[in-house]
Design a protein around this ligand. Structure first.
Ligand code: PLP
Ligand code: TYF
Length: 392
């Protein structure tokens, strides 16, 4: 039956990691996949996570099934973190398998409720956005975002496209730390987007995989609150993969802000059917960790400081990269410090990225995206000299 099954292409990002792992060169540096590493090049285990892990192990709690929509304490904590003071009764939340799982549940729900809607994603966007919504059967199109010439967001073109979109179109927005470019909207830009979405009757979906990696938890969550405060029905997908360094635990959430509590109850009932027919109910451990940290004041404070530590380290590496490149004769790289989050659209061409990989063992994406969160004092000089060699 599968004799004619074609071989699918590798995931362009995760496939690159396979290539990196197979590379025998010892000086190799992986700036491909978006994983934060500490100053020693290790994926950190946060101290707040270690503490809760030890408590959970000592508690010896059995691994029973969670409710379909997830651990109640977790869902409540997510509402508080993501939506702040908004009326929680009109928000339907389900725990999800990371941010990706939240996007998938959202995509299936949108296909069920608005099957003919077009989903607009940024040009460029995280490639999985297109793949997830297309696979759910929705039409995917793009709105302009990145202005390569000026190395910034082309917000005027973005707004023009939103204003011309068919009412009911879904607009996928990166709440902060845009992946892949690193360029975010300003507060004024966000207000223009909210106004365009409201006036045109579009459906906003904010994907927030990096809350706290740009400025702070509050500032990075401001875009979500802007849409909610404007009275718009809004979908939010959130992830704790990066912010808790819990990549493999697959812990995230989908929140749907509805018109009122009754609508939220009906929406939740539909989301639960999608979950039940996809994986029945979510895993226990990541939710227990995140819920405990978010609800215990001391652990919460500790987490916020560890999150700030990751954020600050990335910013230091951005500055060091710009300074080092300037010292190596590659000037005009200030855009790297204007970007937020784990990624930098370096401005390097596909050919330069391939040379970087082939001749210097520095792995980034063909688009020019580099994961600056994987740069550390031990590999910084190699990264600088490699970029200087291909850009010079
Ligand atoms: N959305 C964006 C924009 C991302 O960059 C990522 C990164 O992994 C995700 C969603 C998915 O996150 P997760 O690993 O939690 O599925
Ligand atoms: O963009 C990244 O590198 C991260 C990690 O299919 C990732 O978001 C990459 C590809 C993928 C899933 C996660």
């Amino acid at each position: 039956v599968f004799a004619e099954t074609p071989r699918a292409p590798r995931d362009p990002i995760l496939g690159l990691t396979e290539q990196f792992v197979a590379d025998p060169r010892t000086e190799k540096v992986n700036l491909g996949v978006g994983v934060y590493q500490d100053a020693n090049g290790k994926v950190p285990i946060l101290d707040c996570v270690r503490t809760v892990d030890a408590q959970l192990a000592a508690g010896g709690k059995p691994y029973g099934y969670l409710p379909i929509d997830g651990l109640p304490a977790y869902d409540a904590a997510v509402k508080e973190l993501v939506f702040g003071a908004a009326d929680h009764d009109r928000i339907a939340v389900v725990q999800s398998l990371g941010g990706t799982g939240a996007l998938k549940v959202a995509a299936d729900f949108l296909k069920q409720t608005t099957p003919d809607a077009t989903v607009l994603i940024s040009a460029p966007s995280w490639e999985n956005h297109r793949a997830i919504f297309a696979r759910a059967g929705l039409t995917v199109a793009e709105y302009p975002y990145y202005d390569a010439e000026h190395r910034r967001v082309d917000v005027d073109s973005m707004i023009n496209t939103l204003r011309a979109a068919a009412p009911g179109s879904v607009v996928v927005l990166h709440a902060c730390c845009h992946n892949p470019t690193g360029y975010d909207l300003t507060a004024d830009d966000w207000q223009r987007v909210v106004d365009a979405v409201a006036e045109r009757g579009l459906v906003p979906l904010l994907d927030m995989a990096y809350q706290g990696f740009a400025q702070s938890l509050t500032e990075d969550g401001a875009a979500v609150r802007r849409f909610v405060d404007a009275g718009l029905v809004t979908l939010v997908t959130t992830s704790f993969s990066k912010t808790f360094s819990l990549y493999g635990e697959r812990i995230g959430a989908l929140g749907v802000v509805c018109a009122d509590a009754d609508e939220a109850g009906r929406v939740l009932s539909q989301l639960k059917i999608i979950v039940r027919t996809t994986y029945s109910n979510p895993p226990t451990h990541g939710a227990a960790i995140v819920a405990s940290v978010l609800t215990d004041p001391a652990l919460r404070t500790q987490w916020e400081s560890e999150l700030a530590g990751m954020r600050d380290r990335i910013k230091q590496m951005r500055s060091a990269l710009v300074d080092g490149l300037a010292a190596a004769g590659v000037t005009g790289q200030d855009h790297i410090t204007r970007q937020n989050g784990m990624f930098s659209y370096s401005g390097l061409s596909k050919d330069q990225m391939i040379t970087l990989r082939d001749d210097h063992a520095v792995y980034g994406l063909d688009s020019g995206r580099l994961c600056v969160a994987a740069i550390n004092p031990g590999n910084l000089d190699r990264v600088i000299s490699a970029i200087a060699a291909v850009a010079g």
